[in-house]
Design a protein around this ligand. Structure first.
Ligand code: FDP
Length: 293
């Protein structure tokens, strides 16, 4: 396992270098292809997919790969391989060309023991923003590292989320397309409590804020995204795992994200995603289940 984590760390360092040393207008250009989810693929999406896929293929402990940018599961052909590694090589690709933060999200499973998101062995993400930071959930602890002088140095150990926050993170432009009123009611309640809005539009950064400062992130289903927009295997599961380990909550409307079955026959399946610290979770459940206030 340590070997696989080492490979992922190195790939993230290489991706960070690629982003910092190239013209963001060039690497943010759209290619002629869409990915399997129908998103416009950008040059950096492809380059980051290639870095991770090539590096992980060479690691003899890795058996299979699931990437946002590959339609099917990739078999590495490694005979000793034991692990499945799932990744969104570049989350937040709409932010590349305007130099707003993006990230890589990943998780590692034992390939022969996968039923739900609870079977994750390691989850993590790397943020490429004003600094490059890695958050790793492993051995029941969430730790945060920063890339300083070419190495990831531990800067925060055993992260625990606060009981509540003061930020509300939702793309309200879909308000009239939401399929129910719970999110609208939640927004009203939190605004009355003086919460402030923030929406980076890169899940990895909006989730990172919830992890460190608490609050709410919500991406409900809407008319354009009838199943939700966040990809379950390589976006929602790993973020949910990290948030849970740090004491928060990650759900769709009714289900805990980590309890959702692993969609092996539909690896790009989408879901709703809500992230909460404790107080916001309680508030949301009251609204959803008791129509309160
Ligand atoms: P992106 O399409 O830029 O890759 O799931 C992908 C994602 O970004 C998330 O990172 C982000 O939270 C969300 O989509 C943003 O979607 P909207 O543009 O609909 O707000």
């Amino acid at each position: 396992m340590d070997e696989v984590i080492k490979v992922l760390k190195n790939s993230c360092i290489n991706i960070s270098e690629l982003i910092r040393n190239n013209n963001s207008l060039d690497i943010g250009k759209v290619t002629n292809n869409n990915n399997v989810s129908g998103d416009n693929t950008k040059i950096l999406d492809i380059e980051t997919h290639n870095i991770l896929t090539n590096d992980l293929r060479k690691c003899k402990y890795v058996k299979k790969l699931i990437s946002e940018e590959s339609e099917n599961i990739i078999d590495t052909g490694n005979e000793e391989g034991k692990y499945l590694v799932c990744y969104d090589p570049l989350d937040g690709s709409s932010n590349i060309d305007i130099n707003v933060g993006t990230g890589t999200i990943f998780s590692i499973f034992d390939n022969d023991k996968i039923k739900t998101g609870r079977d994750i062995l390691v989850a993590g993400y790397c943020i490429y923003s004003s600094s490059t930071q890695l958050v790793l959930a492993y051995n029941k602890e969430v730790n945060m590292y920063q890339l300083i002088d070419g190495e990831f140095k531990l800067i925060k150990k055993n992260i625990k989320m606060p009981n509540n926050g003061n930020i509300l993170s939702i793309n309200e432009s879909y308000r009239y397309e939401w399929q129910h009123t719970y999110d609208t009611q939640m927004i009203r309640n939190l605004v009355l409590k003086k919460y402030n809005f923030r929406w980076v539009g890169s899940l990895v950064l909006d989730a990172h804020r919830v992890l460190l400062n608490g609050g709410l992130f919500s991406y409900p289903i809407n008319k354009s995204n009838k199943q939700g927009k966040i990809r379950l295997i390589y976006e929602a599961y790993p973020i949910a795992y990290i948030i849970y380990l740090a004491g928060g909550y990650a759900t769709s409307l009714y289900d805990e994200i980590l309890k959702l079955g692993f969609p092996i026959d539909n690896i790009h399946k989408k879901t709703e995603l809500r992230l909460f610290s404790y107080q916001e979770y309680i508030d949301f459940i009251k609204i959803r289940d008791f129509r309160y206030p």
